[in-house]
Design a protein around this ligand. Structure first.
Ligand SMILES: Cc1cc2nc3c(=O)[nH]c(=O)nc-3n(C[C@H](O)[C@H](O)[C@H](O)COP(=O)(O)OP(=O)(O)OC[C@H]3O[C@@H](n4cnc5c(N)ncnc54)[C@H](O)[C@@H]3O)c2cc1C
Length: 396
């Protein structure tokens, strides 16, 4: 088997890369170890309305709920309301993630990519130290897939990068472990995605309620691996649900447990190889939302690959524009948010309460450093010292 490009993984990052590479004329194969694209779902299913700008989804079958915005609830219950366009990458729409992934894969196939299910990459193929494709396994049988470019879009547990000798190890400090139920028969305001903060609720993370419809919502907890022990995310999730009458009467339709990187993006390009999506740690370190980043990075990766195939050059220098472009766009935001993550992690619940109290009446549509400082000075001037690194960042 010989292709221009083999993409390992049919998540959003893999399908986007495959689509844009195929649209640029590359001969692309996606391999996916699961037997159905997007199943089982491992996601809170929240995404920003910014996804519309990519024009990669047809129809609305993937859309479960159209949100007005987000509400952040501090440990003492103070609520800060944000409109959808101010609320980050996880608020705007709530998805049916399985259909969403399948729609993205359909877009790649329509552009000419092939997709092989039940096919797991088990190693990288090398000849004289040069990457030549992947070794794959399907129904117990191993075979080689040759390709000029290998794309590791194989998610948080990515092995492609490691096999290629890249530094992909995640420290527990940079990993969020999550548990979630999809609960039916629950009551909530279906127009908002809710984020609950507090060391007792979710140390180093948050609990969420993402409404999927009238009486159905994804309710989950994500906590930092360095602050947790085995089974803790599920215990905290049960505690969160049982402490709320509007959730307690709910019945679960689905349970999932998974992990998400909350690290800074890593080096993602080698000769004949690039990483994209969770595999490259392209995730918002504050929220753990990675769908928008995967979509943006996948498009850039696919377009870069298209040019490399055109010129028949597959060395690192030819693929580097992918990373360079992201450094000037997506990575600026991810790196800034990594600093914000560290600031938030250093805050006691008391400080989070003060912050929420300062911001609860703040008009976020007028967001500027000056107006933010004014809001803080008026209510809790002591916060200014704690937020100094953040205010410095806003000048970058
Ligand atoms: C509990 C939870 C909740 C989340 N909620 C949200 C949310 O609400 N909003 C948001 O934006 N993000 C959320 N995320 C993060 C989001 O799911 C990821 O950032 C996103 O899926 C990354 O896309 P990807 O394509 O890089 O990886 P994935 O979607 O993980 O896709 C990787 C694919 O590669 C396949 N694969 C892996 N290894 C191999 C192999 N060796 N051979 C072949 N195939 C392979 C996998 O089967 C998988 O299909 C959440 C994550 C978790 C765990």
């Amino acid at each position: 088997m010989k292709y221009d490009v083999v993409v390992v993984g049919s998540g959003p990052a893999g399908s986007m890369t495959a689509r844009f590479a195929a649209e640029s004329g590359a001969n692309v194969l996606i391999i996916e170890r699961r037997q159905e694209v997007g199943v089982p779902v491992l996601c809170g299913e929240g995404i920003s309305k910014g996804v519309d700008e990519f024009k990669v989804l047809e129809g609305k079958r993937w859309l479960a709920n159209n949100m007005d915005g987000a509400r952040i609830i501090s440990p003492d219950g103070t609520m800060v309301k944000l409109a959808a366009d101010m609320a980050g990458d996880e608020t705007g729409y709530v998805l049916y993630r399985d259909i969403f992934d399948q729609e993205l894969a359909r877009g790649a196939i329509r552009a000419g990519a092939e997709l092989m299910l039940n096919t797991c990459a088990v190693n990288i193929l090398k000849e004289n130290g040069k990457i030549k494709g992947v070794k794959a396994k399907q129904f117990g049988e191993e075979f080689d897939i040759e390709a000029d470019i290998v794309v590791g879009a194989d998610g948080v547990e990515s092995k492609i990068g490691r096999w290629a000798g890249m530094k992909t190890t995640l420290k527990p400090y940079d990993l969020e472990t999550c548990a979630q139920y999809t609960l039916s028969n629950v009551e909530f305001d279906r127009a908002y995605c809710d984020f609950y903060l507090g060391k007792k609720i979710a140390p180093g993370g948050y609990a969420w309620i993402f409404p999927k419809g009238k009486d159905i919502a994804n309710v989950g907890v994500g906590i930092l691996a360095s602050l947790s022990e085995p089974g803790m995310s599920l215990k905290l999730l049960d505690k969160f649900i049982n402490s709320r009458p509007e959730l307690k009467k709910g019945e679960p339709l689905r349970f999932l447990a998974g992990a998400v990187p909350v690290a800074e993006p890593i080096e993602s390009v080698r000769d004949n190889l690039l990483l994209v999506g969770d595999a490259a740690r392209q995730v918002d370190p504050i929220t753990g939302g990675g769908l928008m980043a995967s979509i943006e990075a996948g498009k850039t990766a696919g377009e870069t690959i298209g040019k490399a195939i055109d010129e028949q050059r597959f060395d690192k220098e030819m693929l580097l524009p992918y990373e360079e472009k992201l450094k000037n766009t997506l990575y600026k935001k991810l790196k800034r948010n990594y600093v914000v993550k560290e600031i938030i992690l250093g805050m006691e619940d008391k400080t989070l309460n003060m912050l929420a109290d300062s911001l609860k009446d703040y008009k976020f549509d007028e967001l500027s450093t000056l107006s933010l400082v004014k809001a803080l000075v008026l209510k809790h001037p002591s916060l200014l010292i704690k937020l100094k690194p953040l205010l410095k960042l806003s000048r970058l």
